[in-house]
Design a protein around this ligand. Structure first.
Ligand SMILES: Cc1cc2nc3c(=O)[nH]c(=O)nc-3n(C[C@H](O)[C@H](O)[C@H](O)COP(=O)(O)OP(=O)(O)OC[C@H]3O[C@@H](n4cnc5c(N)ncnc54)[C@H](O)[C@@H]3O)c2cc1C
Length: 217
């Protein structure tokens, strides 16, 4: 079998290469190439350049900002990004919480969160693990109880990467304690700047914070 790109896909690849030549900061590409961390500012600047071109979320549907590419184009995009050492976009927003909001969110949630994810105006951390719940998430015990228009959350999350700089968290919380352990769990979004949220460092290496514990007091 001989696989060949269509002419329009070759043109698309040339457009991509020209975009990368014009927009990808060589210092950032050098860091990515050698596995050095890039700053949040560098990460956000790259996300915004892709978003301005309509290319930030190849895996999202067109209605919410995806580019509507074929699988071949997505593949070409991925290869060119890797070949040119472009930073990967923040997986929490683009691959985890974004698709969940697209599938299950209300229209208000979609119009509030999705443009902010696309333009790096919001950053996330992931609150799944707990001191008593690792691989077995059916043991999640952080509670969320409805109180008027709010959820009141009590408990803590552990191994929470990037919690020290995220402004939002998506987390698994127990909302129905009477259901069997695998049920009664909800996916909740919360603002990390809420005064009830406390972040404590857990582990650091070479001065860089690796993990946190997040408390809901
Ligand atoms: C780099 C890094 C970043 C992380 N960032 C986050 C984050 O941002 N947010 C977050 O929520 N979590 C995060 N985690 C936590 C991670 O996703 C896991 O939930 C956690 O490491 C596993 O929980 P535990 O340490 O309690 O181990 P346990 O769940 O107790 O597992 C211990 C060992 O037992 C094995 N094991 C467990 N259950 C079974 C089974 N049924 N059968 C056979 N073997 C089993 C496991 O494979 C493992 O080897 C991060 C972890 C790492 C390493």
């Amino acid at each position: 079998m001989r696989l060949q790109l269509l002419n329009e896909d070759i043109t698309f690849r040339e457009e991509l290469r020209a975009f990368l030549a014009d927009n990808l900061d060589p210092d950032v590409a050098e860091k990515v190439r050698f596995g050095y961390p890039i700053s949040r500012e560098e990460q956000d600047a790259w996300t915004r350049k892709l978003n301005a071109k309509g290319w930030a979320a190849p895996n999202w549907p067109v209605e919410v900002g995806g580019p509507g590419w074929s699988m071949v184009r997505r593949h070409i995009f991925d290869i060119e990004m890797k070949l040119h050492h472009a930073p990967e976009l923040q997986g929490f927003g683009f691959s985890m919480v974004g698709p969940a909001i697209i599938k299950y969110g209300t229209e208000d949630q979609k119009s509030y969160y999705l443009p902010k994810i696309l333009n790096a105006d919001i950053s996330w951390c992931q609150g799944y693990s707990e001191p008593g719940a690792g691989s077995d998430l059916a043991s999640v015990s952080t509670r969320a109880v409805v109180d008027g228009d709010d959820y009141v959350v009590t408990g803590s999350k552990i191994w929470t990467s990037a919690a020290e700089r995220a402004d939002h968290i998506f987390m698994l919380v127990r909302t129905d304690p009477d259901a069997k352990p695998q049920l009664g769990i909800s996916f909740l979004l919360a603002d990390m700047r809420d005064p009830a949220v406390r972040v404590e460092p857990l582990m650091a290496f070479n001065g860089k914070r690796l993990w946190n514990q997040v408390f809901f007091d």
